[in-house]
Design a protein around this ligand. Structure first.
Ligand code: UDP
Length: 320
């Protein structure tokens, strides 16, 4: 298929673009490089450097079989401090993309949504029909886009899937997580192991969880990318499907730090700090729908494997 990947220079977008190329698809990446890296775009993709809000109409004038939409602002803390950046950067941009798809009859869309759309449902495993009540602006913008996709799909015959990621981590060979300002737990902990930071801060030890630190469901980026290929294949005209993607097991911040200590052999000093605004205590996925309907089967579910791949990537980049 001929596919447009927005945000294909970012972490998840570039891994997904790599998997699409490996699977034989014809891939065009569009990215404004505001947070992505040109050298993360996999070989074999055509690259257009542009803001999707401005370029979508022209790009989709050429027929595409589908769009995988990753381009977004994605930091919880920043979304609370600068909501305008998120409402415009995520919602307005996505509406422009949907309008271009409608105008040019692009038939398929896979959207990078998030577990943050749920807020904090008080259930052990979050299913797709759990209530959506985001605790932060980032999640609210992604939920708004999900709603827009539902209506555009129904009205204009687009076959769509939103994939609600839990905590993506790990690396796909030489493609991994590298944000200019890093806020995510595993990369930060690995920066301590590399000697680039003195210690990791644990954001709150008074959460209602077993050890008092926040619990998340970590998923390997390659497994996540593979779900996109399956979701794309499974789209049905006029329908918008939503799938949670996680491994169904929660790990606390302290457990993640312990796993990083085991993998790296570094003591990784940690210090308890105040809670971070917008954080829910626990987020763990039921990904039964993705498994049953898409046939998705994560191959790298073990947290040790996820951290090992992230560590190999981090070390290789540090030595390069
Ligand atoms: N976290 C932390 N210290 C850090 C970064 C993150 O304690 O330096 C916690 C954060 O509060 C959350 C968990 O680690 O409970 C995962 O955070 P991350 O930013 O990686 O992903 P999020 O769950 O926000 O998408």
């Amino acid at each position: 298929m001929k596919l447009l990947v927005t945000g294909g220079a970012g972490y998840v977008g570039s891994v997904c673009a790599a998997r699409l190329v490996e699977a034989g698809h014809d891939v065009v990446v569009v990215d404004d490089l505001s947070t992505g890296h040109a050298d993360a775009i996999p070989d074999g993709c055509k690259f257009v450097e542009a803001d999707i809000a401005e370029a979508a109409g022209d790009l989709l004038a050429e027929p595409f079989d589908g769009v995988l939409h990753f381009a977004a602002k994605s930091l919880v803390g920043e979304s609370m401090e600068n909501p305008q950046k998120y409402w415009h950067g995520n919602v307005v941009t996505s509406l422009r993309l949907l309008d271009a798809m409608r105008e040019h009859g692009t038939p398929r869309l896979v959207f990078s949504s998030t577990a943050a759309t749920y807020g904090e449902p008080e259930i052990e495993l979050i299913t797709e029909d759990s209530p959506t009540d985001p605790t932060n602006t980032y999640g609210a913008t992604k939920l708004a886009i999900d709603h827009a996709i539902t209506s555009y799909a129904a009205a204009h015959g687009i076959g769509a899937a939103s994939l609600r990621y839990f905590n993506v981590a790990g690396a796909h060979g030489a493609i991994g997580e590298r944000h200019t300002v890093e806020t995510h737990l595993i990369p930060i902990v690995l920066q301590v192991a590399l000697g680039q930071r003195d210690q990791v801060q644990i954001f709150g030890e008074d959460w209602p969880t077993a050890d008092g630190t926040c619990v998340r469901d970590y998923i390997h980026v390659t497994d996540l990318a593979d779900a996109h290929l399956l979701a794309l294949k499974g789209t049905q005209p006029g329908q918008h499907r939503i799938y949670n993607l996680g491994n169904g097991t929660g790990f606390s911040v302290k457990q993640v730090i312990d796993t990083c200590r085991e993998v790296t052999g570094h003591p990784i000093p940690a210090k308890v700090a105040p809670r971070r605004a917008g954080d829910p205590a626990t987020l763990v996925a039921s990904s039964q729908a993705a498994r049953e309907e898409l046939g998705w089967q994560p191959q790298r579910a073990d947290l040790g494997v996820i951290v090992r791949d992230a560590w190999e990537f981090t070390r290789a980049r540090h030595q390069a």
